[in-house]
Unconditional design. Structure first.
Length: 104
């Protein structure tokens, strides 16, 4: 199931006709992220080539911490989790979108 189609289904589960999904968004002090959902949840799908090893992991954790300080909720999954264990990913997305919006 393509990721965008799955995100649309997740919006339906929330009882919303749709929520804004932006792809490849540049966020000041964070950098480019894969997706921003509803203007506040960052969804990153990590591939092995750019996120493997201690140095890359540190960069990802740093970016997540900065995103949180800016009022975003970062969610980070690897390709395998998105492709083969979508229900886990979907539940995490739905939970993040269901939480009250923080201050920015």
């Amino acid at each position: 199931m393509p990721l965008i189609d799955a995100l649309i289904q997740a919006a339906d589960c929330l009882g919303q006709e749709a929520f804004l999904v932006a792809c490849q968004v540049r966020i000041r002090h964070v950098g480019r992220v894969d997706f921003v959902l509803a203007g506040r949840v960052i969804l990153e799908v990590d591939g092995k080539e750019n996120h493997d090893g201690p140095s890359e992991r540190h960069k990802d954790l740093r970016r997540d911490a900065i995103a949180i300080s800016l009022g975003f909720t970062p969610l980070r999954f690897d390709y395998s989790l998105v492709m083969y264990e979508w229900p886990i990913v979907e539940r995490a997305i739905l939970a993040a979108l269901s939480r009250p919006q923080g201050l920015r």
